[in-house]
Design a protein around this ligand. Structure first.
Ligand code: 9Z3
Length: 346
């Protein structure tokens, strides 16, 4: 069977470019009827990304390819943006380099999963993350040998071979589908689409929601068409954002009620973390919330379930040696997933 390189084809989608026909469709109602809940209203009043049908097809093929053979994980990764202008010069961003999602994806694949990687375009990707976005320029990995050929420098050869082999195996076995987003609107529409497409395999698939999703957004009807000028408004820019609807509730209750769902809770105040993680679990009634603090996220997380809160940590010294906390937590998540699957078998 020929395996199409889906990774590349989907990366051709430009989620960060404004649409050519940049005018906003003012016929879209500002808000729906009062009796419609805010999630339904959101999808009715904000525009669907134009490339969604293409994603739908790729996702369908990927699911059909793996269905019945292995478990599928939907991993979300990176931060969403909230554009302030339709022809976007300014936007509000959510912090996330994409390390958690990209690293976790590698461990899921190593443990037999196929992964739909819904990620912020240009954030870290599985495998290439080892060589992108760090202080080295990629040219620092290269050298010229005696015959004038450009090669990988000796000091990186061994490590790069290991990563390359894993990457090629994942690609050859068609184990990753990369789906990009930039804005929170693109994220929400694409998350809903993928969740619904996964329906036939919900009982064995895992949602691993590591993306940093904005809590606030600017409804389409309020987004300025062109670059906001500094002369108006007495030189001030006052931004009035609406709350993003509680999409996790929708996901758990309607889009994927039969799947295991793991969400992350990010805080910066240690005193709030457990409370907020427990609150999310109670509010949405899904299976697991992984709490982390921005400052220590690479060394400490807490798994919060209805009856437990378990810390997983690696030491600073382990981190310095290159140990990744995902190597500890992903096997635990997979164990929990196995238990969950066996308990939900009809
Ligand atoms: C996380 O908490 C992730 O672990 C991080 C990973 C974003 C901290 P990096 O990509 O960072 O490795 O640099 N993700 C979830 C963040 C989030 O927005 N959660 C929402 C919330 O806290 C719920 S979906 O309310």
């Amino acid at each position: 069977m020929t395996i199409v390189n889906r990774t590349q084809s989907l990366e051709k989608i430009h989620t960060s470019a404004p649409k050519l026909e940049s005018a906003i469709d003012r016929s879209v109602p500002e808000s729906g009827p009062a009796e419609v809940d805010e999630e339904t209203n959101y999808f009715a009043t904000n525009p669907e990304p134009p490339y969604l049908a293409e994603i739908q097809q790729q996702v369908n093929e990927f699911i059909a390819f793996h269905s019945g053979k292995r478990r599928i994980a939907l991993v979300t990764s990176g931060g969403t943006t909230v554009p302030l202008e339709n022809n976007t010069v300014r936007f509000i961003d959510n912090f996330s380099a994409g390390t958690r999602g990209a690293t976790s994806t590698e461990y899921f694949i190593e443990n037999g999963y196929a992964v739909i990687f819904l990620h912020r375009q240009f954030s870290l990707l599985p495998y290439s993350r080892h060589y992108s976005h760090n202080t080295n320029c990629f040219l620092d990995y290269l050298d010229e040998n005696e015959s004038g050929t450009v090669v990988i420098s000796k000091e990186y050869q061994e490590e790069m071979k290991v990563v390359l082999n894993k990457y090629q195996k994942a690609k050859d076995d068609n184990l990753m589908l990369f789906v990009p987003f930039t804005t929170v609107n693109q994220y929400l529409f694409t998350l809903r689409l993928i969740s619904l497409e996964l329906k036939p395999v919900h009982s064995t698939c895992l949602f691993f929601l590591a993306a940093a999703v904005s809590d606030f957004f600017l409804p389409t009807s309020k987004v300025a068409e062109h670059k906001i000028q500094s002369q108006g408004g007495g030189g001030k820019l006052v931004v009035d954002l609406d709350p993003v609807p509680k999409f996790l509730k929708r996901l758990v209750e309607e889009w994927a009620p039969n799947a295991m769902i793991v969400s992350f809770k990010l805080e910066t105040d240690e005193k709030l973390l457990l409370f907020k993680a427990r609150q999310a679990l109670t509010r949405y009634s899904h299976q697991l919330v992984i709490g982390n603090l921005l400052q220590t996220r690479k060394r400490e997380v807490v798994f919060v379930t209805t009856d437990d809160a378990v810390d997983y940590t690696i030491s600073e010294e382990e981190e310095a040696r290159g140990v990744e906390i995902e190597s500890v937590i992903i096997p635990k998540v997979i164990d929990a997933h196995s238990t969950w699957i066996s308990q939900h078998k009809q």
